[in-house]
Design a protein around this ligand. Structure first.
Ligand code: CA
Length: 234
């Protein structure tokens, strides 16, 4: 990230966008504003931002779809903006891989604090990756994770994994045979100031099971440890 964080602001209401542009610029951000989802994807392809501030309710493509499309190819931090009446959107946004959300009407200070926290986390994550001495290939029984290629193989078959599920599986497999608490898993994958509760974690565990368990109802790999969390069984 350069010294001046480059923020892509996706917001169709001009009055909101204007106020945010002025405020964020004053706070030291370089802001590009687009007013709909299609333009957001185009702007994203042109120049990768350090952070995307993404309204959910947009014309022609919802912010949730924009989030999903960006997550297919990038780990760029995403902060979603939802309305109070759309609480379900916040949960969906986090499940799609958004890093955090703010609810309209918001205090500008709160929004800036969240944006900065998400940027800090993402920077720390990138530094961790650079210095981490974890082997690039992890094996647990018939499962192999190739970190350089970002691939999961089960019995030599490539299995497609969305980013957050991949990161969660990585934590479990890197600690195979050890029970990990829900809190530790959430901290590792979503960050320590994540506020979304454990439901998102459980949904991701369910999706992982549906990909790698023969019978997801009777998992033999990703085991639930009652009252604690989960353990990967090699
Ligand atoms: Ca809107």
């Amino acid at each position: 990230m350069s010294d001046i964080p480059y923020v892509l602001l996706v917001e169709d209401e001009e009055s909101f966008a204007d106020a945010l542009m002025v405020g964020l610029t004053r706070e030291g951000f370089d802001v590009e504003w687009v007013a709909d989802g299609v333009s957001a994807i185009e702007a994203f392809e042109r120049k990768t931002p350090d952070l995307v501030l993404l309204d959910v309710m947009l014309p022609n493509m919802s912010g949730l779809d924009v989030c999903r499309l960006i997550r297919l190819k990038s780990e760029v931090p995403i902060v979603m903006v939802t309305a109070k009446t759309e609480e379900v959107d916040a949960v969906v946004a986090l499940e799609l891989g958004a890093d955090d959300y703010v609810t309209k009407p918001y205090q500008f200070r709160e929004l800036v604090a969240r944006v900065r926290a998400v940027l800090r986390r993402s920077e720390a994550r990138n530094q961790d990756k650079a210095i981490e001495n974890v082997p690039s290939i992890l094996k647990a029984g018939d499962l192999v994770i190739d970190q350089d290629r970002h691939e999961v193989l089960l019995n030599d078959q490539l299995i497609a994994f969305p980013l957050k599920e991949y990161e969660l599986l990585l934590q479990l497999v890197a600690n195979a045979g050890r029970a990990l608490s829900r809190d530790d898993l959430i901290d590792a994958v979503w960050g320590t100031d994540y506020v979304g509760g454990t439901k998102t974690l459980d949904v991701h565990i369910r999706r992982i099971r549906s990909r790698i368990e023969d019978d997801p109802q009777r998992p033999l790999r990703v085991i639930t440890i009652r009252g604690v969390g989960y353990r990967y069984e090699a």
